[in-house]
Every structure is written in C-alpha cells, then in structure tokens.
Ligand binder design. Sequence first.
Ligand SMILES: NC(=O)c1ccc[n+]([C@@H]2O[C@H](COP(=O)([O-])OP(=O)(O)OC[C@H]3O[C@@H](n4cnc5c(N)ncnc54)[C@H](OP(=O)(O)O)[C@@H]3O)[C@@H](O)[C@H]2O)c1
Length: 271
Amino acid sequence: MILVTGASGALGSATLDHLHALGAEAVGGTRMPNHAALRRIDFDDANTLHFDGVDTLVMISAGAAEDDVVIARHGRTLQAAERDGVRHIVYTSLTAAGDHLGFALAHRWTEQRIRRGSIPWTILRNGLYAELIADLLSPRDGTITAAFGPHGVAPVVRDDLAMAAAKVATNPLPHTGNIYDLVGAKTITAAHVAQALCVDFQPTSLEHLRASFDGAGMLPFQPGMLVSIHSAIAGGFLEETGTDLEALLERKPMNALDFIHQTLQGTGPIT
Ligand SMILES: NC(=O)c1ccc[n+]([C@@H]2O[C@H](COP(=O)([O-])OP(=O)(O)OC[C@H]3O[C@@H](n4cnc5c(N)ncnc54)[C@H](OP(=O)(O)O)[C@@H]3O)[C@@H](O)[C@H]2O)c1
C-alpha cells in the first residue's frame, strides 16, 4: 500500500488522484481528514505517525515554517516510518539549483537523514512551481513587477510533479537510490511573461521588494523565503533546464509559459 502525506495540499492531493487513476492501492494522510478514506497524519504530532501496512511512503515536504520546525517534523516522520517497517520512501525535495533559496536547508537536511536511514529511497528534487511563478509575476495595475533581473527560471507545472511522484511510487524498485532533478524544459523570464500577457514589465530591486513586505502581516520566515526566490533568480541560479521530468513522465512536460499565461490571462489589460 502507498501512503501519500499532505493529502489536502495541492501536490499531495494531485499525487493521490494520479495514483488512483493508475489503479494503485493508495491512501492519503492529512492533518485534518474530512472523510473515512483519509488517515490523520500530522508531522507535528508523533501520536498520528503510524505507518503499519505502508509499503511506500510518499512524503510531501511540509516546508512552510522555520528550518528547525520543518527539520523536527521530517525527522520524527522518518523515525516513525523506520519503526513501522516502511519499505520505500519517495521524498519531494527541492531542485539542486535551489540551494540558495531560503527553504533549501530543511530539504537538504531531510535528504541527508533519508540517505543515512535504513529505508530504500527515491528523492524527487522538484523545481519551482509554475503556479508559484505565476503568483509572483501576477500583474498589478497592468504591470508585472519583479526583482528577477534579466535572468529566468525553469518552472514546472505542479501536476507534472504529482504525476512523476505517482509513477515512481507505483514502481519504486528501479528508482531506488536515485535523485531526480525535476526542473522545467525551458527557461522563462519575467519579460517573457509580460510579453505573453501584453502587459508592462517593471524590474525592481530587492530593496524595494523587501520594503513592500512591510506591514503585510507575514509570518517571520516568509519575507526571507520570498526575497530568496527573487535573489536566487536574479543571481542566475535557477536558469538551468533538465530532462529528468520528461524521462519519468515518458512525455513532454507541460509548457510552463503557456500555463502561466493561461493562469494570468485576465489579470492585466490585453491589448
Ligand atoms: N517547488 C515549489 O515551488 C514549492 C512551492 C511551495 C511549496 N513547496 C513545498 O512543497 C510542499 C507541497 O506543496 P503544495 O503546493 O502541495 O503546498 P500546499 O498546497 O500549500 O500544501 C501544504 C502542504 O504541507 C502539508 N503540511 C503542513 N504542515 C504539515 C504537518 N504538520 N504535517 C504534515 N503535513 C503538513 C500539508 O498537509 P495537510 O494539509 O494535508 O495536512 C500540505 O500538503 C509544500 O509543503 C512545500 O514544502 C514547493
């Protein structure tokens, strides 16, 4: 049996849907199960971390928190998986190019913990979601503002990452000990998105970006995480494309620029 954690989240729920569509015996784990087919799994509550009967654990990172919180979450979950005899772990991590991002450390800690642990594993190093890039480049008053500099990023549509996770989880053995870098096949810039939407692009500085977060009511870790996405792109660190996703999917990944265009259409004046 396959268990997918984070089953209420966007990636976890899509992975579970793909698993069911592939005919796999799969259940979802989530902090707040709202129907009988879901199990309660909360990485913050050791009492919920029971994996008896689970052959393959698809561990969706729970990364929206400070490093120490995420590390503690992932550490206790892996400990419980080892105790309960899980046979394979598929962990959704972060692209190697994302090492400079503010949320990289907890991912790399988790990878190291998995590699030093006793359960055979596969690590899916997910690129930045096209959904996230669409959100960051959403035009306001007909203008896209970003501190990406002239550089780009190779984003991935989240549903493709979910399909890749589902494919690996249904047949994990050939993927044992493999790390896949699941970045997009094309680099896109803020200017490309502005051109596709027929809106203006106004480059901004990291200083202005930071100032725009003042009084926005963010949690303490959020401004640093967000700024790190812009600064890593502006540093040219996230431009590299890859082919691992296409190989896992056995088809071309969805076109991220088309996806972002469709997502944002209607948010700016179309000329
Ligand atoms: N590559 C990227 O661009 C990118 C962008 C954003 C986030 N991420 C990472 O990818 C993960 C999945 O992305 P998403 O789009 O599905 O995020 P999402 O829709 O915001 O969902 C958040 C996920 O975190 C899980 N979670 C939070 N606290 C948890 C806890 N205490 N125990 C267990 N699970 C917990 C949630 O599980 P339940 O609500 O089901 O319990 C849910 O699956 C995120 O958590 C984050 O680590 C990656």
